[in-house]
Design a binder for this molecule. Sequence first.
Ligand code: ADP
Ligand code: MG
Length: 335
Amino acid sequence: MLLFGGESSEHAVSISSARNVFAALDDTKYDVVLGYIDQSGQWWLLDNIMDQIDVIGLPQLLPVLGSGNFVTIPSSEVIKPNVILPILHGVNGEDGTIQGLAKLTHIPIVGSGVEASAVTMDKVTTKQLLEFNGIKTAPFEVHLSDEPYSSFHQLSEKLGSPLFVKPAREGSSVGVSMASNDEELSAAFATAHKYDGKVLIEKAIKGRELEIGVLGSGSDIRVSGVGEIVADREFYDYDSKYSAASETKVIIPADLPIKTRDKMRDIAKKAYLVLGCKGFARVDFFLSNDKDVYIIEANTLPGFTNISMYPKLWRQEGMTYSGIIDALISDALEK
Ligand SMILES: Nc1ncnc2c1ncn2[C@@H]1O[C@H](COP(=O)(O)OP(=O)(O)O)[C@@H](O)[C@H]1O
Ligand SMILES: [Mg+2]
């Protein structure tokens, strides 16, 4: 069951990822059921993914806990997926909830389980766990919505300037802003708090933005080479990620000294293990101008859109798009 859509702000991103994944699924091997989650959280059985999605008149999908089945309503057809492939991002998709539902329904699911999904969804928890295990992340503070605000001066004294302000549990740069003074900081807090009561304030790292793919579980974990994002604006925001007019470049492999590349690959693997990831993840870094390596975040359901880094990183390693998806499905079935 290819599960996509979802309730988060990344609904549209999920649909474009899922279209690519569907096209890459080998139809001689797989019989694909399309489970679409609309923005209100209702699940539908779609008959195709390529057209504009219209759920009117379609059957809804209900999980039957403990049975390995879904049933459709009103038609009561039983659907028994061997595996769920969640191409969902953000809240109620990437955060452990779908993973918990799959577990309760007794259906294997591709990727990380409940714990790692929940941990990595929250950038603050991720950072705390990484720092605890000796992996460097950008210096940060946390702001909860009912707490008093610190001024720009107070925060920049501690963290430096400019600052990044982000919702703790979002993705696709939604709600992320950079702030260089009090006015920008208040606006940044207001934006971030629209998405989450928990907000992360981070030192802006000046340097290069780099990403690494990790694939597999247990004793069979593969780490890709390093890809670089060269954003066409101040930072890699939503439009620079997805707009047709974006001139952001993805460079694979990133031009790096071998020592730096290998150090980053080791850190990516360590982070994957420390965070408890399974199946796959993309670990995102900054390499500062003074050559320090910082993890910015880990994504347990990386994008599969046309511009997405994860499939491109593996293509560079000689894997086809279909090969990546086969590997992910085998990993879930072995688990
Ligand atoms: N500490 C930072 N220093 C420099 N740039 C940052 C920092 N944090 C975030 N960014 C920029 O903002 C983008 C989005 O932030 P990120 O933490 O990756 O959130 P998301 O989960 O929304 O992708 C990053 O891709 C990067 O361009
Ligand atoms: Mg990111």
